[in-house]
Design a binder for this molecule. Structure first.
Ligand SMILES: CC(C)(COP(=O)(O)OP(=O)(O)OC[C@H]1O[C@@H](n2cnc3c(N)ncnc32)[C@H](O)[C@@H]1OP(=O)(O)O)[C@@H](O)C(=O)NCCC(=O)NCCS
Length: 180
């Protein structure tokens, strides 16, 4: 799959039907998270809000939606360009502060998920490169993500240029410089 294969990447703010885009994002979020059991619908909604709510409400320009020709949402990225300054986000996300000393070198961070069935077609890489390009254009020196030490996605991120690794407990920080 290449740029011409009918998948387009759009900022959430550019989509006419934001509700449909967010419904697709929610489906992919729950298809991708390792947590599957929830005591109630309210607890499930709160879990979604913890991980995506700040991005959608406060940084919708940095929410990238990958959309197929037929309008199906097939992947998304939620980005934050100022990890140190996003106090409300830090309040919501568990363990946010663990790598705070690295935020100066890598101010931006993101979460990315691709719909099952659409993985390994280059979409995750495209979403990341789009957000990273945006950050570079704004002069940011680096972008990072936090994953689990033993997560399957570690090799994927390293091959995508996130080579500055730092392990603390079960968490792995991976940073990519944007100056080259
Ligand atoms: C991790 C994740 C976001 C990666 O997205 P993806 O779209 O599958 O990633 P890509 O297709 O860009 O890259 C994956 C592999 O497919 C390969 N690939 C890319 N285009 C391809 C194509 N046209 N045909 C076959 N393989 C291809 C890439 O080379 C890459 O292989 P590599 O890791 O050995 O370099 C996605 O798999 C996912 O949502 N996983 C579950 C949730 C998750 O882990 N999210 C991240 C939380 S931190």
């Amino acid at each position: 799959m290449t740029e011409g294969d009918g998948i387009r990447l759009e900022r959430l703010t550019m989509l006419p039907d934001r509700g449909a885009a967010l419904a697709g994002l929610e489906e992919i979020f729950f298809a991708s998270t390792t947590r599957t059991a929830f005591a109630s619908a309210a607890e499930r909604a709160a879990f979604l809000a913890t991980w995506t709510g700040w991005f959608v409400a406060e940084a919708p320009r940095d929410v990238w939606i990958a959309m197929a020709d037929d309008g199906q949402v097939v992947g998304y990225l939620t980005g934050c360009k100022d990890s140190a300054g996003s106090v409300e986000l830090a309040r919501r996300i568990p363990k946010y502060e663990v790598f705070a000393d690295r935020f100066a070198a890598y101010p931006a961070h993101f979460h990315v998920n691709v719909r099952p069935g659409w993985r390994e077609h280059g979409l995750g890489r495209r979403l990341i490169d789009r957000f990273a390009g945006d950050c570079r254009a704004e002069g940011l020196p680096g972008v990072h993500l936090v994953t689990a030490v033993f997560a399957r996605n570690v090799g994927f991120y390293q091959r995508a240029g996130f080579t500055d690794a730092c392990q603390r407990g079960p968490l792995l920080f991976l940073g990519r410089h944007l100056d080259t």
